[in-house]
Design a binder for this molecule. Structure first.
Ligand SMILES: NC(=O)c1ccc[n+]([C@@H]2O[C@H](COP(=O)([O-])OP(=O)(O)OC[C@H]3O[C@@H](n4cnc5c(N)ncnc54)[C@H](OP(=O)(O)O)[C@@H]3O)[C@@H](O)[C@H]2O)c1
Length: 206
């Protein structure tokens, strides 16, 4: 962290949960929050990769821990939030709902399984994690939720009707939670990136 950055901004002692921190955008968000002084917990499904990332961050002097969690599974989301609550003494300042995926197909080709996988990973899990995090965010007295949405949730793009719907729903959820939870001192925002070269994008191009 440069001196200039440290003087202007600090997240010292703030607590954060970033989903899907082992790759791509989530990886960068974990590193950035931790470099500003936050204590960060992240999750992904690949245990070996998660452990490797956590070791890398620790060797950089960053305060990051991780749990294996398949966010598609409700019980695993509950277990993740129990871990976070125990690690951070019941208080969470920042929840970044980042983990997401897509399957490129024409609308006529999608199966019910595709629908369920994309909507559960991208939207249901983010909704449920926000519900689970609400008491922790409120207890912090300074809570923040950031949804990683997409430009695809705002404009029409080819081969991504379910992904686009999941992100459009996320954008609407952002507005609703921002209004409902302002009284609890929880800010809710979404970030909608355009294409960023990550494993997700590389896999879609194959
Ligand atoms: N890259 C872009 O151009 C772009 C543009 C707009 C929006 N976005 C959004 O940005 C977010 C991150 O995208 P990315 O490009 O960084 O993706 P990525 O490189 O594929 O990384 C996704 C991360 O989420 C984890 N993850 C995926 N499914 C999971 C699950 N079911 N349970 C737990 N963890 C899971 C992955 O780990 P495991 O696979 O090991 O579980 C990985 O750590 C997504 O919500 C995506 O929709 C990306």
């Amino acid at each position: 962290m440069s001196d200039c950055r440290g003087q202007r901004w600090s997240l010292k002692d703030m607590t954060a949960l970033v989903t899907g921190g082992t790759k791509g955008i989530g990886y960068a968000v974990v590193k950035e929050l931790a470099a500003f002084g936050a204590i960060v917990h992240t999750c992904s499904r690949n245990e070996a990769e998660l452990n490797q990332r956590v070791q890398e961050w620790k060797s950089m002097g960053l305060k990051v821990s991780g749990s294996v969690c398949d966010l598609k599974v409700r019980a695993q989301r509950e277990k993740l939030m129990e871990t976070v609550s125990s690690l951070f003494d019941g208080k969470l300042n920042i929840l970044v709902n980042n983990a997401g995926m897509s399957i490129p197909k024409e609308a006529t080709e999608f199966t019910m399984e595709d629908f369920s996988t994309i909507m559960t990973t991208n939207f249901e899990s983010a909704y449920h994690l926000s519900q689970l995090a609400h008491p922790l965010l409120k207890a912090s007295g300074n809570g923040n939720i950031v949804f990683i949405s997409s430009v695809a949730g705002v404009i029409a793009l080819p081969m991504c009707s379910i992904y686009a719907s999941s992100k459009g729903a996320m954008n609407e959820l952002t507005k609703n939670l921002a209004c409902e939870w302002a009284k609890d001192k929880i800010r809710v925002n979404s970030v909608a990136p355009w294409i960023i070269r990550t494993p997700l994008v590389d896999n879609l191009e194959v």
